[in-house]
Design a protein around this ligand. Structure first.
Ligand SMILES: [Zn+2]
Length: 105
């Protein structure tokens, strides 16, 4: 597995979770229930948690810098753009095998 594939997997999971949260909040609109809108609150909490993880939690494997927002806004929401070739902070090539990356201490 390359760095690009590992980062893409993290990004897909975060985006899928965000969409699931959005869907959960829409359940309340489709199936109205009595009482407080718990589905809306829960769905929004899931959505914003996933969005925070996408922006702040996805880090370069080598320098530990936050690169999630660059991955997310640089191309498709489901894979890391082929045009993005290096980490902008440390220069790690994204097609490097993950096992050979030396992590920052
Ligand atoms: Zn880096």
């Amino acid at each position: 597995m390359t760095v690009r594939e590992a980062l893409g997997r993290k990004m897909r999971r975060a985006i899928a979770t965000a969409f699931a949260g959005l869907g959960l909040s829409l359940v309340q609109a489709i199936v109205p229930t009595q009482g407080p809108p718990l589905f809306v609150f829960t769905g929004m909490a899931v959505f914003f948690s996933a969005a925070m993880y996408l922006n702040l939690g996805i880090r370069c494997f080598q320098c530990r810098s936050r690169i999630g927002y660059i991955l997310a806004y640089g191309g498709s929401p489901f894979w890391v753009s082929k045009r993005l070739r290096f980490c902008p902070y440390c220069g790690l090539e994204l097609d490097t095998p993950l096992a050979s990356v030396k992590r920052a201490a």
